[in-house]
Design a protein around this ligand. Sequence first.
Ligand SMILES: *Cc1c(COP(=O)(O)O)cnc(C)c1O
Length: 502
Amino acid sequence: MLYESTREKKNVLGAMEAIKQGISPDGGLFVPQTIPAVLIKDLASLVRADYRERAKFILNLYLTDFKKEDINNSVQAAYNEKSFQSPDIAPLEPLADNLHTLELWHGPTAAFKDMALQLLPHLMTRAIINTNEDKEIVILTATSGDTGKAALEGFKDVEGTRIMVFYPAKGVSNMQRLQMITQEGENVKVMGVEGNFDDTQSGVKSIFASDINKQLEDKGFRLSSANSINWGRLVPQIVYYFSAWLDLLKTGAITESQSFNVVVPTGNFGNILAAYYAKAMGLPIGRLICASNDNSILTDFINTGVYDTNRRFYTTTSPSMDILISSNLERLLYELYDRDDKKVLSLMQELATTGKYSIDGEALKRLQALMYGGYANMDQAGLAIRETFREYDYLLDTHTAVGKSVYDEYRKETGDDLATILVSTASPYKFPAYVLDALEIRPDSEDELDHLEILKKVTGKAIPGPLKGLASKPIKHKGVCEIKDMEGQVLSFLEQGLGENE
Ligand SMILES: *Cc1c(COP(=O)(O)O)cnc(C)c1O
């Protein structure tokens, strides 16, 4: 299978190159030239299979230039009980009448980005070896919190790679900072930046665009990124929708002839796009319910066809969904317009110049048939946490709570009572202060590590191992630099030998 760019479809690559390059040189995103179809009867044998077997089946359909053995080994290395705190990897838990949560946060960072970032480094190293790449790959990432930590955990000690993560020194939560500055691994470096997230991100972008790139190649390094537009981050996410459906069958919650809905707390549109691909492959998904927080740009887009970033940006209690430009939406536009690359290019140019574009006619009709868009504000999300805990003894995090609130509204509005999967994107312990607040508990400490214990005492729910261990972990990355010194920091990291980076 080949991959083509959404902005210039004659730019075509194999899966290995698409994963290595991340983004097409024309600025477009790589999409599969054809979406592979699966037949329900071919999936029957996977009902009793574990997550790894299910993953191999789906990955082999897309990553056709990878050796089967490489896919097997990558899957084995990514989804195991050393990294995931649940033997099911992505367990499905019954929540309420016909509603199930798909818990994607049992990995090393307690948020769903692990599902892709535990696998991507292994795919990337195999791609490096099999395309005779002679350079060491250097992953450079700016993070507002979750992605950086998940990328660090994924790439730590992966041969042939190094990773450097920049975070805004005052722009991440205490918990997120602690997770990053205690990062272990011989090939990792974490650095705070005196600035906000936008400064940090433009700092990294300008490193990618600068002469340093050439200089690094001469020294045997190639810069790459692990952000969510890389196809290698999307394809592992398709797997868990199949896995969830197989689990619904296994428990008898649905039969092969019934379809189901999915609710996805959405930010950059990667997670819900993976559900779209699963549906397009033949998985019997009914409606894709796209849940946003106060930054409700996607809700408006689905309801009106107008995508307008000229609006107030809200900082909310679901920070990983505080996004106004959902990059992966471009891939869906490509499908809504029957793979018309010229059309997508013109929409994206309009977005870049005016901050706005709109779709209408057949494309809008298709979007609305496919998706329902809704949003929940911070009070509504808090209420969902409180009510769900009281009614079902189940603790939601703030992002999943947005999904729950939108689901309730959807069901009331449409009467649609199909079996539904609520995608749970983070452990409630990743945002303990907000969750305590939602439960109307006022802790007598400001320290988020104390909040973990208080939340445990009140709810009786187990703290994920990786978060529990944080308090006793030594701090390994104290550094904070100015924006203008970021490039120098990258160079000095690469001049050191492995393991000399503390
Ligand atoms: C990244 C993230 C999201 C948003 O996912 P997208 O794929 O960007 O739409 C939602 N919840 C959590 C906890 C996240 O980390």
